[in-house]
Write a protein that binds this ligand. Structure first.
Ligand SMILES: C[S@@+](CC[C@H](N)C(=O)[O-])C[C@H]1O[C@@H](n2cnc3c(N)ncnc32)[C@H](O)[C@@H]1O
Length: 336
């Protein structure tokens, strides 16, 4: 999308001017690049009418403001403060966690969300992600009863079955961070591919040799294949149904993505076997915040034990997972 690249020191001043001139595109978050801000602007902005450079960049869509639903939902006043402050929008479906104290008002909450969000036609209660397939237990609370939807992210279209496959829109920024590191000609292995958000995004944006997506959930692999087709990248994406422990070591890759943060450590040796010569592993774990540094060092030791040299190039918090835990990413350079 169109962005104005503005030095950080002038960012707020320029943002206000764009807002006054109705040129700010509020649907996207302001991005960062070098010492500059990337301010999303509306298409009608004229080249040469501004002091700064206009560039095309991918920016993250803003989570929808949901203050509205909290103002209109029909519940007793003392309970209003307990209403969820955020929820996930996947295509035209909203998925949200509801505290026990509001259980009796689920329908009112669902109806208020539909009323306040033009694009949303279904609201599902999220009762947690479980099992090997990492699928959500969901219950329909308002609107059209369905679980399959078409989600758009960074220009790709993904068919998602929210009840039978894993998908989180909250990883959009992290996915884009990974895509930007992939070089043309690479073979990539997406070890826990789900419906294909990493695989498809990479195939759409980089001239890769191939991306292999493995998943043990047949429904996820079915949608991965459909999504590759829908996004015109089926010649670049090879889907594999099965256990990554068996499949990964048989695939030669320059880069491996290990997005199974609760148990990725069990698969590290299988990921290493797939790296040809040297490569990068994008490794994810759920950790308490004070463990991040230590886990980085111990990962290097673990990998050394398997006979490879490793260097942590990046370690970063992807998002808060619970009151005490964070979803953490490590980009690990590995030498065989
Ligand atoms: C957290 S989800 C990530 C999906 C996808 N990468 C994404 O970002 O949406 C983890 C995925 O790993 C799959 N999975 C779990 N155990 C597996 C195994 N042993 N081998 C292959 N896939 C597995 C699950 O079915 C699930 O789709």
């Amino acid at each position: 999308m169109r962005c104005l690249k503005v030095p950080k020191s002038r960012g707020e001043e320029v943002r206000k001017k764009l807002l006054d001139a109705d040129l700010l595109d509020n649907r996207y978050r302001i991005g960062n690049e070098d010492d500059h801000l990337l301010i999303p602007v509306k298409k009608k902005i004229a080249e040469g009418s501004v002091d700064y450079k206009l560039v095309d960049r991918e920016l993250v869509e803003r989570e929808m403001e949901i203050g509205d639903y909290r103002n209109i939902v029909d519940i007793p006043e003392p309970l209003r403060d307990e209403l969820p402050a955020s929820y996930d929008i996947i295509g035209d479906i909203v998925v949200l966690k509801i505290p026990d104290s509001l259980h009796g008002y689920r329908r009112e909450i669902g109806n208020a969300i539909i009323e306040s969000q033009k694009k949303v036609i279904t609201v599902l209660e999220d009762k947690g992600v479980t099992g090997d397939f990492r699928v959500r237990d969901v219950e329909h609370i308002a609107g059209i009863p369905k679980t399959v939807t078409l989600h758009r992210e960074h220009g790709m279209e993904l068919m998602v079955d929210v009840a039978n496959t894993y998908f989180s829109p909250r990883l959009a920024t992290e996915r884009w961070r990974v895509v930007r590191q992939v070089s043309p000609g690479e073979t990539v292995l997406d070890m826990f591919a789900g419906v294909g958000p990493y695989s498809i995004l990479i195939a759409r944006n980089v001239k890769i040799e191939k991306i292999h997506g493995i998943d043990i959930n047949p429904r996820a692999v079915e949608l991965l294949e459909k999504n590759a087709h829908r996004n015109n990248v089926s010649h670049l994406v090879e889907a594999h149904l099965g256990d990554a422990r068996d499949k990964a070591p048989r695939i030669d890759a320059d880069r491996v993505i290990m997005n199974l943060p609760h148990s990725a450590m069990e698969f590290l040796t299988h990921a290493l076997k797939s790296i040809r010569g040297q490569g990068v592993i994008h490794y994810y774990e759920i950790l308490s915040s004070d463990e991040i540094e230590h886990r980085g060092r111990s990962l290097v030791v673990d990998i050394d034990r398997y006979g490879y040299e490793a260097e942590i190039e990046v370690q970063r918090v992807v998002r808060t997972y619970s009151a005490s835990e964070v979803h953490t990413a490590y980009d690990i350079k590995v030498y065989g």
